[in-house]
Design a protein around this ligand. Structure first.
Ligand code: CMP
Length: 225
């Protein structure tokens, strides 16, 4: 199961069966309990990780102790590549949002793969470019969008990865506390709760603990624009 998820990661782009099998066997699995950090911002390290089950949050802490979440990653998604391509300390803390497993790859194993398999290098570049695009959008939203707009966008982003369609709407089991949702949106918990309560009052969403059901996707999309 974990192997199948792993093979969907960009690292495996264009690898033939033999290369793919040998890469899978060189990536040991690590289990992280909910709330446990895999590494901290500022740590040394250049291993690359792929989430195979569960969810990981990538966050930064301001000098006065406030937290900002850069991203929530789920199965098949990769992280830890920045310290590899731009040697330096980890740029964020990686913490398990729920019990999680990851597979890791040391940089000494990855570098020859990049040289021998240009498709893998291209897939990683594609992922980096997509991340930069998304980051630009987040920065733009922080400047141009109001908090409800950013909350709507965050819910849609989470639903694109963790959403499951059902008769009553899209069930998004994000596993985040209200505090973590606020850190992801970059606003106070009170303001984010107010936006969520407003969406619920309009029947756009139904709120459940660590989960949300999107009842009116179209309205939410319009609010996110
Ligand atoms: P690294 O700096 O090695 O460790 C933290 C990781 O978080 C980083 O590599 C990236 O893989 C990931 N990361 C950093 N910034 C972002 C971002 N804005 N969006 C998604 N992932 C990020």
């Amino acid at each position: 199961m974990s192997d199948d998820v792993l093979r969907q990661a960009p690292l495996f782009a264009g690898l033939d069966e033999d290369a793919s099998n040998s890469l899978v066997t060189s990536m040991p699995e690590t289990a992280i309990r909910r709330g446990e950090a895999l590494f901290n911002e500022g740590d040394e390290g250049s291993d690359l990780f792929v989430v195979t089950s569960g969810k990981v949050k990538l966050g930064r802490t301001s000098p006065d102790g406030r937290e900002n979440l850069l991203a929530i990653l789920g199965p098949g998604q990769m992280f830890g590549e920045l310290s590899l391509f731009d040697p330096g300390p980890r740029s964020a803390t990686a913490t398990a949002v729920t019990d999680t497993t990851v597979r890791s790859l040391g940089h000494e194993s990855l570098l020859p793969i990049l040289t021998e398999h240009p498709d893998v290098a291209r897939a990683l570049l594609h992922q980096l470019a997509a991340r930069l695009r998304r980051t630009n959008e987040v920065v733009g939203d922080l400047v141009f969008s109001d908090v409800p707009g950013r909350v709507a966008k965050a819910l849609l982003d989470l639903s694109s990865r963790f959403g499951r369609r059902a008769d009553d709407g899209v069930h998004v089991h994000h596993d985040l506390t209200q505090e973590e949702l606020a850190q992801l949106v970059g606003a106070s918990r009170e303001t984010v709760n107010k936006a969520l309560a407003d969406f619920a009052a309009r029947s756009w969403v139904r709120l459940e603990p660590r989960s949300v059901v999107i009842l009116d996707l179209e309205r939410l999309q319009r609010r996110a624009r």
